[in-house]
Design a protein around this ligand. Structure first.
Ligand SMILES: [Ca+2]
Ligand SMILES: [Ca+2]
Length: 378
């Protein structure tokens, strides 16, 4: 169900004042939308009182301009229809400030799990000013400033998410979009961007199938993604991005991180072809991304591969040896590794990790090649 711009104002007025036009709060903010002196000054309704060193104390002792028939605070509190006009005027000002501060590009991004929308940005900047919104966005939605009552940018961004507005973002220009330490999902929307996920497992999102793009790793660890039809005008540079999601599959780029662990485990436990099993790779990545440790995933994989036989040290050694070396172990080799397990020098999981880390395994799974192409998964 579409949530209209009017629905947005209804929700904002309810949140600000329980939709009461005639209310004034303890900080001097007035009316249904809780305006202070500063905003009504900027909109041409209120002239500041220059005898007061704090120009925006909300003591309302300055003059009113008479715009739209408002000559006093009482006129304002009595006049619901004009308050509705003013909130629309104010949102046009807020949107211009969001654009001017280069924040409009955040529309559609997901920062630290928080979907950023135009209506959410408008509401957060109504609450905290453009500076408060900017702090929130530039922290990657990790730091959430609040107002005098402790209501935060996060509260308004999520509460007012996804309403229709008359505003839109001019896509297709070069932009730099940065996430923060959290998990971010970034998109250039077919434009031409630097997407920098910074810390955490971050995703770059693309709307077409992977075959429509050229994906290249750069010497400096960054990646480029170019839409083949659109050419260089839609090339993104990805920095600190670990996942790239296309409409048909995804690529994991962190072969020095979770993708490398997943590929190594797949090769050692399920055989080198398993690295191409996109569903299997997706399961491994999902578990690691959600906090599972290398050895725990190794144990899980061995249990899955061997079933009840996973309790047998001989079966574990045979499995790993066959997959890594390519042949069954000779009796002396088998006895050596089984002995290490029996003696407790290795656990099943740590022996698996040791096997997975061998150069043989890394060659089998073509780890060097994967680090140029990414690891495909669904
Ligand atoms: Ca991040
Ligand atoms: Ca990252």
């Amino acid at each position: 169900m579409t949530r209209t711009y009017q629905d947005y104002f209804d929700a904002l007025g309810f949140r600000e004042s329980s939709s009461r036009y005639a209310i004034e709060n303890p900080f001097g903010f007035i009316g249904k939308y809780q305006f202070g002196e500063a905003a009504l000054h900027d909109l041409g309704y209120y002239a500041i009182d220059n005898s007061d060193p704090n120009l925006f104390r909300n003591d309302w002792v300055g003059n009113w301009s008479g715009k739209n028939g408002i000559h006093s605070k009482q006129d304002y509190l009595n006049n619901g229809p004009v308050q509705e006009i003013i909130i629309e005027e104010w949102h046009e000002v807020l949107w211009r400030r969001i654009e001017h501060n280069d924040l409009a590009k955040y529309d559609g991004q997901i920062l630290n799990g928080v979907p950023i929308t135009i209506s959410g940005m408008l509401a957060a900047s109504h609450l905290l000013g453009t500076g408060g919104l900017r702090s929130f966005l530039q922290s990657g939605a990790v730091t959430s400033p609040g107002d005098g009552f402790g209501t935060t940018a996060y509260d308004y961004m999520t509460h007012f998410e996804g309403y229709e507005t008359p505003f839109s973002v001019n896509r297709g220009q070069f932009v730099v979009i940065e996430g923060g330490p959290g998990r971010d999902v970034l998109s250039s929307y077919g434009g031409n961007a630097v997407l920098n996920g910074k810390g955490g497992i971050d995703t770059a999102l693309y709307s077409d199938p992977v075959a429509d793009y050229d994906i290249d790793s750069r010497f400096d660890g960054a990646w480029t993604v170019t839409h083949k039809q659109s050419g260089p005008i839609s090339t993104d540079i990805l920095i600190d991005i670990e996942r790239v999601q296309f409409s048909d599959l995804s690529l994991a780029l962190d072969l020095d991180g979770h993708a490398g662990i997943t590929a190594r485990i797949a090769g050692a436990v399920f055989g080198q072809e398993a690295v191409s099993d996109q569903a299997l790779v997706g399961i491994g990545l999902g578990l690691l991304d959600n906090g599972m440790h290398y050895e725990a995933l190794m144990q899980l994989a061995i249990d899955a591969a061997l079933g009840a036989e996973a309790a047998s040290h001989t079966a574990v050694v045979d499995l790993l040896y066959q997959n890594v070396v390519g042949v069954a172990p000779a009796a002396t080799e088998q006895a050596h590794y089984v002995g290490l397990l029996e003696a407790g020098e290795y656990s099943v999981a740590s022996l698996g990790v040791m096997a997975a880390a061998t150069a043989l395994n890394e060659t089998n799974i073509d780890l060097v090649g994967l680090s140029q192409t990414g690891l495909a998964y669904v």
